[in-house]
Design a protein around this ligand. Structure first.
Ligand code: BMP
Length: 306
């Protein structure tokens, strides 16, 4: 059985069946970074400035697009351009948590007298489908990665996959690779993601590997319940990372890059305030990049960077 923990990201990319995982893993080795920034700022200018400043150091730019007060389509155009300029993937941390597909109620029109027109409201349902594809933000059209809570059950994955796996580039008509992460565990104190919750998330992910390529989590999950020889590889992105602090006053809990990557077997460190709160952005970015990367090099038995 392959040991994904000691394989390089490139070797794992070659084995992976999911295109988003392949793209991310090869990007990480190409750019020598497993650092992601949590860009929790509230204006368009500030978001674009973070993407341009930290872009050279990161593999993933994580957004909360709904906190931007002056959002417009030009923001997306510029963010996509920066993602190409600096070679990073965009991850909208939307944390979908609604129903994937609801049963349509019996037709309202069939029982209406013929002189009453049908309801002007189309029967929508499919809540997460609309949340992902439509509305103001049209997340699926620009975000390579998004995430979902497994709490509603597998329907949420099916609903999101029906969008994410059916998108094509308007210019080349080739498929746009979109991928989903499931939130298996949260970093905050008192989170309810305990007991069998992470392993149930894991089972859901195993059944939907065409779209789900990994987890937001605090440790690599065990493969209990999977067939021998069919050990799937997942990519683990981990928030709650800082080197100078152990937490905040709202329950955030921080660990170091070494604890996350070397001890817990995760792949990508997500750092917010540790990066954009630093006095010297470039120095902090290089420190976190090197700490995450050296933890990975140690894990796969390679010599670390000086
Ligand atoms: P910071 O490093 O400043 O604490 O930011 C953490 C980021 O990671 C936030 O954007 C938050 O939404 C996200 N996050 C988290 O902190 N814990 C989780 O379990 C899941 C998250 O997405």
């Amino acid at each position: 059985m392959p040991n994904f923990l000691t394989m390089s990201y490139t070797e794992r990319a070659a084995h992976h069946t999911n295109q988003t995982a392949k793209d991310l893993l090869t990007l990480m080795d190409r750019k020598k970074t497993n650092l992601s920034i949590a860009a929790d700022v509230v204006s368009k200018d500030a978001l674009l400035k973070l993407a341009d400043t930290f872009g050279p150091y990161i593999c993933v730019f994580k957004t909360h697009i709904d906190i931007i007060t002056d959002f417009d389509e030009d923001l997306i155009t510029q963010l996509k351009a920066l993602s190409e300029k600096h070679d990073f993937l965009i991850f909208e941390d939307r944390k979908f948590a609604d129903i994937g597909k609801k049963q349509n109620p019996p037709s309202q029109t069939s029982s209406l007298p013929s002189n009453i027109p049908p309801t002007p409201f189309p029967q929508t349902g499919n809540t997460v489908v609309h949340q992902y594809a439509s509305g103001i933000y049209k997340i699926a059209s620009w975000s390579h990665i998004t995430n979902a809570h497994p709490i509603p059950g597998e329907g949420i994955i099916k609903g999101l996959a029906s969008v994410g796996l059916n998108l094509f580039s308007p210019t080349t008509a080739s498929p746009l690779s979109r991928g989903l992460l499931l939130l298996a565990e949260m970093s905050s104190a008192g989170a309810l993601t305990t007991g069998t919750y992470p392993s149930q998330a894991y089972t859901m992910a195993c059944k939907n590997r065409d779209f789900v390529f990994g987890f937001i989590g605090q440790r690599r999950l065990s493969s209990e319940g999977t067939e021998e020889g069919d050990e799937p590889d997942f990519v683990y992105l981990t928030p709650g990372v800082q080197m100078a602090s152990k937490g905040d006053d709202l329950g955030q809990q921080y660990r170091t890059p070494e604890e996350v990557v070397l001890e817990s077997g995760c792949d990508v460190i997500i750092v917010g305030r540790g990066l954009y709160g630093a006095k010297d952005s470039k120095k902090a970015a290089e420190e976190y990049r090197r700490a995450g990367w050296n933890a990975y090099l140690k894990r796969i038995g390679m010599e670390v960077e000086a």
